[in-house]
Design a protein. Structure first.
Length: 132
């Protein structure tokens, strides 16, 4: 039974590790999207200030061009993280399934001991009732 307890603890740890990884990736995607949104606003403001919205124009703002490049890189990174997020979800689901299996096995091991304990308690109650 001790090894089953250890197995269940290990599986719980693995599930929590996968959950932390999922959360971390989701937070990174949200942060990248927030930063890209801020860059979009900065680009719009810069284009409005300069009056040039065409990137091919010679007078297009250098800052706006750099901000566009940075925003595009952030969006590309966010898209790559979405692929990692799907993979992490699959690993999390797999770890959850393994934990459930380990808990079922642990429950089977503990069920006979629990039945014995319940029977002993019932016997004691009958014994005490007979003495009274």
């Amino acid at each position: 039974m001790k090894s089953r307890d250890t197995l269940v603890r290990l599986k719980r740890f693995q599930v929590e590790e996968k959950r932390r990884r999922l959360t971390q990736i989701e937070m990174m995607i949200a942060e990248f999207n927030r930063m890209a949104g801020e860059l979009d606003r900065e680009i719009a403001i810069e284009e409005q200030k300069s009056g040039v919205k065409d990137m091919a124009h010679y007078a297009y703002s250098t800052y706006a061009r750099a901000a566009r490049t940075r925003r595009d890189n952030l969006m590309h990174s966010s898209d790559e993280l979405k692929g990692q997020l799907d993979e992490a979800r699959a690993l999390f689901d797999q770890a959850n399934d393994e934990l459930a299996k380990a808990q079922v096995l642990e429950g089977r091991d503990k069920a006979p001991a629990l039945n014995d304990l319940t029977r002993d308690v019932m016997d004691m109650a009958v014994f005490r009732g007979a003495r009274a």
